[in-house]
Design a binder for this molecule. Sequence first.
Ligand SMILES: C[S@@+](CC[C@H](N)C(=O)[O-])C[C@H]1O[C@@H](n2cnc3c(N)ncnc32)[C@H](O)[C@@H]1O
Length: 263
Amino acid sequence: MDPKGEDFDSELFRAVSRDLWEDHAAWWQENFTDGADEEYVEQIIPLAIDQLREVGATRVLDLGVGDGQVSRAARESLEGDVRFVGVDPAMLQLRTASERGGIDLLLRAEAKELPFGPSTFDAVMACLVFEHVVEFETAISEVSRVLEPGGSFLFFLNHPILQTPGSGFIDDVELGEQYWRIGPYLVEDLSFEEVSKDVFIPFVHRPISRYVNAIAKAGMWIDHMAEPVPPEGFLDKAWEYRAAKDFPRLLFIRAKKVGGSVG
Ligand SMILES: C[S@@+](CC[C@H](N)C(=O)[O-])C[C@H]1O[C@@H](n2cnc3c(N)ncnc32)[C@H](O)[C@@H]1O
């Protein structure tokens, strides 16, 4: 299926995506969880914990929970009685999350239709999930619906400006130039990226404005944003990563559901 071809059908993309996450859950878990990935260990998990602490979360929805690594680490670090609920469409992610423990309730669901009533949570966290979600506007309005007024949406994305499809470090030996190439940013793009041999992962690229506007339309306001320098452990892996250290890989946005006390 060519996601840019005339016969492209986003419903089909969605169905294939669901199968791919099921097929490659083990690949994800082996390479990115349980301490295998420096960006999670050194950056994403600590940032998530800091943010959950700062907003005083007590009822957390981990949307696209995967193996549960972020919530599990947060549970160990946070003081007080904090409850974690995880949802994911992939059974093999949920099964591992259940085996590894630390989450109070795991449910099979997609971001576009969350199986909870209004105002159920005071924090919803989505770590590297929305770049795989086709119906992102519906999903963001679902996040807002299940948040109580004043509740926080903690939104982590692969940086959409600097990590667009086709972006990357270029070492042009002939011209003697090294630079960071940025692929088309304004073009919304659905693709199946071969991230490892025979491992195709569905990606949806969209400009940041689409997320920001969807967040605003859903009745949330952004009160914090971060674009951290890639962590040392990642930069140490290859000279070209260090050479490209000024191009963030991660974008973090925190938004609050309108209606609660500001603070
Ligand atoms: C890159 S993994 C991140 C997992 C976890 N959030 C973490 O940070 O460790 C993306 C996860 O999103 C889930 N996912 C994919 N499409 C989804 C959708 N439409 N709704 C909710 N989760 C989805 C996948 O099954 C996968 O577990």
